[in-house]
Write a protein that binds this ligand. Structure first.
Ligand code: AMO
Length: 389
């Protein structure tokens, strides 16, 4: 809009100069081409109506170059989201979700929704959120793990769920939040973990191509950050990762710094942003009672992580589909099989070999958009301290 004092009605000129930034106005006027404006057109107003006058001062600048602290930005998120650079992240997120969904459906997956109010968790007691459920105690779902497996027992063969998952993560890190979006897949009649990995690769190669194309069409500045992928992704045995870390045979899970160090080496050696860490030892996955142990080497599971440039994005593997061994695994994990009646029943009346994975959408957006903190990848993030807005 051009506001030259000499070409605009004085009352209108006064209205605009007095109007606080970010107010909503309806303007009428004449539009003409202009080489000076960014959009190539300028508007000379003839009348204006203030629809919503913004309060002043703003708690957070929208057009200012000066960066605000993340906490301030999240406290005033509706203003923060007006910034084009922030909006670009959520265009990427929307495009990624859509592209992943399309790619999975093309592979024959059925999209499902499972309960988020549960009697029992699947991912360990430490991160369960209890909920008062009338006169019973329930928990928020940490993952759809048990239900996606039950649906394989129901004969659905390939299921996909994109839904919130809740974890009472007490630690304040840049890669953990208490409410995240998990993309879960489960596949029946598999022969081994490679069947799972090859579906995951195919889906990601296709989805990334689509996201990049869409963002380019929209002129989104993040388009160039979406890499062209090629399958297969490198596979690094867990034991090799431990050798790289200088602690062969330690059989301890990889911490944040370990993942980063392995990531640097993997990307350098293989030149692929994605790589699998395969064959996790049983000792590392002991709490994951549903993970199948290898028959020929019970010290190993066929479990894998999928990492992207040093951050775990997904994890999964073949499940234990044999009832007796599953019950034994539940006991070994220190749990009572009686806590899982509905789940275990699904294994008593015909359950094919199956497996799947959980994929963290927020971490993927964080990495693609180059965000230092996972909170920036969600519109209204939740963490140990943040419940508002
Ligand atoms: P896991 O616990 O490894 O596996 O979770 C799968 C993926 O979900 C993401 N994720 C998180 N993202 C943000 N904040 C968190 N607090 C958080 N916790 C997990 C990560 C992780 O790789 N049931 C299994 C999956 C399976 O075997 O199918 C599971 O939940 O990106």
């Amino acid at each position: 809009m051009t506001l030259k004092k000499e070409s605009v009605d004085p009352a209108l000129f006064a209205l605009f100069t007095d109007l606080p930034r970010e107010s909503v106005v309806e303007v009428e006027g004449s539009v003409h081409r202009s080489g000076k404006s960014r959009r190539g057109v300028e508007l000379t107003p003839t009348s204006a109506r203030v629809i919503s006058r913004a309060e002043s001062p703003l708690p957070l600048g929208v057009v200012d170059k000066v960066g605000a602290e993340l906490a301030t930005r999240l406290d005033h998120r509706t203003l923060d989201l007006r910034k084009p650079a922030v909006r670009a992240i959520f265009e990427l997120r929307s495009s990624l979700l859509q592209a992943l969904r399309t790619a999975y459906l093309r592979q024959g997956f059925l999209e499902v929704e499972t309960p988020k109010l549960l009697r029992q968790g699947a991912e360990g007691g430490a991160t369960l959120f209890p909920v008062e459920y009338f006169d019973q105690r329930a928990f928020l779902a940490q993952s759809p793990q048990l239900y996606k497996q039950m649906l394989i027992g129901a004969g659905l063969e390939r299921v996909l769920e994109i839904a919130p998952a809740f974890r009472a993560e007490p630690s304040d890190t840049v890669r953990h939040i208490t409410e995240f979006t998990s993309l879960d897949a489960e596949v029946g009649y598999i022969e081994g973990a490679d069947d799972l990995r090859s579906i995951l690769e195919t889906v990601l190669v296709e989805a990334f191509r689509q996201v990049r194309r869409e963002l380019e069409e929209r002129g989104n500045p993040l388009a160039g950050d979406v890499p062209e992928l090629s399958a297969p992704f490198p596979r690094i045995p867990f034991s090799t990762a431990e050798e790289w870390l200088g602690r062969p045979g330690a059989e301890a899970d990889l911490g944040t710094e370990d993942e980063k160090a392995v990531g640097e080496r993997a990307v350098r050696e293989f030149g692929s942003p994605f790589y699998f860490i395969i064959d996790f030892p049983t000792r590392v996955k002991i709490h994951t009672f549903y993970a199948q142990r290898k028959d020929d080497n019970p010290r190993l599971t066929g479990y894998f992580d999928l990492d992207f440039r040093g951050l775990e994005i997904a994890s999964g593997g073949p499940r234990e589909h044999r009832y007796d061994r599953l019950v034994e695994n539940i006991r070994t994990a220190g749990l009572d099989p009686a806590l899982f009646p509905g789940y275990l029943e699904a294994f008593r009346f015909g359950m094919p070999p199956h497996g799947g994975w959980g994929f963290g959408v927020d971490r993927m957006v964080q990495m693609l958009a180059g965000l230092p903190n996972i909170r920036e990848a969600r519109l209204f993030p939740r963490d140990r301290y943040r419940l508002d807005p």
